[in-house]
Design a protein around this ligand. Sequence first.
Ligand code: ATP
Length: 362
Amino acid sequence: MKVTLQNLTKTFPSRNKKEQKEVVAVSNFTFEIPDGTLIGLLGPSGCGKSTTLSLICGLLKPTSGKIFFGDDEVTHLSPENRGVGMVFQNYALYPHLTVKQNITFPLENLKGKDKMTKQEMAQKALETAKLVQIEELMDRKPSELSGGQQQRVAIARALVKMPRVLLLDEPLSNLDARLRLATREEIRRIQQKTKITTVFVTHDQEEAMSISDLIVVMKDGIVQQIGKPQEVYNDPCNLFVAKFLGTPPINIFKGKVKDRKLYIGNTAVMDTDIPDMPVTVGIRPEGFMADEKGEFECELERIEVMGRDISVIAKHEQCETPVFRAIINGENEIQGQKVRFSLKPRKVYLFDNEKGSRIEVN
Ligand code: ATP
């Protein structure tokens, strides 16, 4: 099911009486979510992710704009009539019901031609439980399950009516690191098997990058960039997106362009083709190469061995942070108090100092 968001805007009245300004939680969001894809809605706290999800779900009505599921406009339909499945961070299972009863619950109220017999419901619940691999836990109560198992039950309950759209709001936040990893792979597997168009909200960029077909990066209610995870990582449209994606994060330096050369401090580190101007320079950790003859000289702070690669923690007076991190091949030998790098031009990004927008370089 294709989902179309058309100029979607949601404002909330200000809670502060003195300040009349309203909160724009989502601003003019237009996007066509392709049928059968998993979209990661990503951004820092307060950027409008949950509001967007609630608008798609029908728990909130937009201030303006429209929502379509396929060709049907659903903007004014209630959540029950939209055919959405929803999974929240806190599982929200009924504690007094068994797993089987929790999964069957959404089927109990089906009416008319959709009404099911007890046997049909049990059959459907079992099929869905098998899909999320919890069929052996059907008679347990939620309190007898681990966090990951509870979240699978919540996913099964959202899937049992075969929703047109599946909406997941930070579904992994309450799980520990290992379970998080396993459950996110599980969500991806289930989504690929069912081909249900899915919107997954998270503030964790690694999580969004690892399972999404497309990511939407938001800030202050405004969509910054939409694209395949790797494309957005390789080609960020502004400083915010560049900083938000990547672990370890991109390193930021003050720089300037003069006579077709990029300077960081007094050192020309790279050729470039843009006019003279001050710039903000972003260098991905993998954009550094240890090079005795490299122009970019830094003070070595320490080295962390990470198996095949090593992480060089170094200092430079033009760096925005006290230290920065370069990831280089572990075969390099780094010693002494200074370390010299040359840079990989494709991993170096220039941004406008005022607007933060990316400066295109040929
Ligand atoms: P988080 O990751 O912390 O859940 P989010 O990106 O999901 O954040 P939203 O919950 O969508 O962000 O909130 C977006 C903005 O709208 C925030 O500034 C928030 O304070 C505001 N907001 C959300 N709901 C309401 C409401 N009911 N009344 C007033 N303001 C609201």
